[in-house]
Write a protein that binds this ligand. Sequence first.
Ligand code: ZN
Length: 330
Amino acid sequence: MVIADALSRRSDWSTGLEQDNEDVVALPADLWIRFVDMELQDAVAAAQKENNLVQDAVSSLSDPTVSPQHWTIEVAGPDSSTRLLFYNRRLYIPDIIGLRRRIVQDHHNSSAAGHLGVLATCRSVRPSYWWPGLSAFVAKYVQGCATCQQFKVQTRPQRPSLVPIESLSLRLFGQVGIDFMTDLPMSEDFDSIMVVVDHGLSKGVILTPCNKTGLTAAKTVRLYIDNVYSRFGLPNKMISDRGPQFDSAFWTEMCTALQIKHAMTTAFHPQTNGGTERVNREIQTYLSIFCINNPTSWVSVLKKAEFVYNNRPHADRTQSPFELWYGQAP
Ligand SMILES: [Zn+2]
């Protein structure tokens, strides 16, 4: 209680606006989005008040000899009454295991997060939050996640290969794989997903609900035109998980549908490419977990899953599919 009082009664926090702004910065607009969880924000503010490290940090704020200044206090809340301590612009989370677990959980378990691996979960948490040993905490959390264990998700950070995956296409969706996840629980009259992967440039995916029954080459072409061709045009190369006969029929139907007289193309063979296999596995696992978590409503959240997937880099790419498609993250 003494600590809380000392903190809340610090002279420079109550002397008025004119002296207040040295170390207190208004919360930047982009941070507001991260603080939609007001309950979490209040819990962090309360925990910080009880914390010794916060005391030291706050003292150092008024000490001109301490430099460089890593700590800042920012105001938040509807009436700017909440004060939060940031370390290098990341919200400091005191050593309360429930609070730290909750943050990692939000970035790992939620339907939008989709059980990312250690590295990706760290990447997701780190820009907004900081505490000593954050990476180790995240690793321990992810390795102990029951869902990840069940699906045997590869949670250890993978070392990127020294040789980047060779891409023969410089066009988005120039080199595509069309795979089908079938026999899913019925949702909005659909039981399958058409997964179109850009194996060449971006590693992005386009997910389309469909039905296993009647999934002919003609039907697949229709789905492809409506969902992929309409945005990225015709691929140079494609391969499906249905086999060469289907691939050939797909091309014939595509040429008919688009009234192309002659389209010369060859199926490529991603099984010879470890990187492509890894991308396929990653998507399969991601979607499996996603559908298990939303057994009857997966159709309604499928496009959200697609968004999350395309919003982070895959394989050896340093940029997310979105960044490669649009030049920036949405
Ligand atoms: Zn998990």
